[in-house]
Design a protein around this ligand. Structure first.
Ligand SMILES: Nc1ncnc2c1ncn2[C@@H]1O[C@H](COP(=O)(O)OP(=O)(O)OP(=O)(O)O)[C@@H](O)[C@H]1O
Length: 334
């Protein structure tokens, strides 16, 4: 379990002067500005959770992850992993954590993948027996054997990411922090990484916090999402609730068997608001010879009520519902 309370991080950065001899003047008369990268963040992640941590560029995601893994010391606030204070007992807690930074490998560039694992196992004091056992498992799960002896610099990005995920798992941590693990990957490599992460969570019980700009990662993997913006948590909850809160409409496409009659007076164009009752409406946005497109806010009206009404317009052949695109929902939160 991860318990974060009142976490803050301020960075002190020198103010760069403008104009002639700016560099020289900056050197002699130093002025500093405080940047609040993370502001009073609190949350709890339970064992076995798979949580997405998202936000626009510069929102404070990496800074949070660095504080959660002990790389950065918070300006104030507390992080407890399985009840132990991370920043007071860093060595003890670090053994329970694994971290992958998609943009930066923790493997040795010129060494074969296997040699990096030997060094990491030594650093984490993993016994040879445990290391071999884990590498057998991970090799199978992440399909590592095909590039076992290849120097890291010669790996494709997808292979490198799989190798990095295995490296983060070598000491068998309970908790994994993944910062952009699918960045730059093609569709196939993304799919395989998502498959591995899903397995690590559902079959191996790993608790995972995932940071990504890829909303498909979030939709396909996470039960819960936390949104950070300008250093502050602006949302925490399910993807479903987030959709409802933003209130983007669901699109309902109704196909009729032959002719149908819209309840719209002649001469009125589309889109048009249709009343279900005194308080509830939906919109017809498009109508062609066999299909009608309807937009409805599912928080306000029930799809069943709309469909009951629509079935009176003609003989319904098919109904297709499209939830709002998660990417669009997220842009509204940012
Ligand atoms: N070492 C540092 N010194 C000064 N400012 C920093 C430092 N690290 C981060 N910042 C600033 O803190 C803010 C948050 O940065 P952070 O890297 O955590 O954002 P992010 O959400 O991970 O962004 P991205 O999605 O672009 O990776 C940014 O304004 C950044 O410029």
């Amino acid at each position: 379990m991860i318990e974060v309370s009142g976490l803050n991080k301020q960075f002190r950065t020198p103010v760069v002067k403008e104009g002639r001899f700016a560099g020289l003047r900056t050197l002699f008369t130093r002025e500093y500005r405080m940047k609040e990268a993370v502001k009073d963040i609190s949350f709890t992640i339970h064992k076995g959770d798979f949580v997405g941590y998202i936000g626009p560029n510069g929102a404070g995601k990496s800074t949070t992850i660095k504080m959660l893994t002990g790389i950065l010391h918070p300006s104030s606030g507390e992080v407890k992993i399985n009840g132990v204070n991370l920043h007071q007992q860093r060595r003890q807690v670090a053994k329970r954590l694994g971290v992958v930074f998609g943009q930066r490998s923790q493997l040795w560039w010129d060494l074969p993948v296997k040699d990096s694992y030997d060094i990491l196992a030594h650093m984490y004091k993993v016994t040879t027996q445990d290391k071999e056992k884990r590498l057998d498992e991970l090799g199978e799960l992440l399909d590592l054997k095909e590039f076992w002896l290849t120097p890291v610099r010669k790996l494709s990005l997808g292979q490198r990411m799989r190798a990095d995920i295995a490296a983060s798992m070598l000491h068998d941590p309970d908790v994994l922090f993944l910062d952009e693990p699918t960045i730059g990957l093609d569709v196939t490599a993304k799919r395989s990484i998502r498959g591995f992460l899903k397995k690590l969570n559902s079959e191996y019980g790993k608790t995972i916090l995932l940071t990504t700009h890829d909303m498909d990662d979030i939709e396909q993997l996470c039960e819960r999402v936390m949104v950070i913006n300008h250093g502050e948590l602006s949302y925490e909850g399910s993807i479903e609730n987030l959709r409802d809160r933003i209130g983007l409409p669901t699109l309902i496409r109704v196909t009729f068997n032959g002719a149908y009659q819209l309840p719209v007076p002649d001469g009125l164009g589309l889109p048009i608001e249709v009343a279900l009752d005194a308080d509830h409406t939906f919109r017809i946005v498009e109508a062609n010879n066999r299909e009608v497109h309807i937009e409805a806010n599912r928080q306000q009206v029930k799809a069943m009520d709309i469909l009951r009404l629509v079935s009176g317009w003609g003989e319904v052949a098919d109904i297709h519902m499209e939830e709002p695109d998660f990417e669009d929902v997220i842009h509204r939160v940012y």
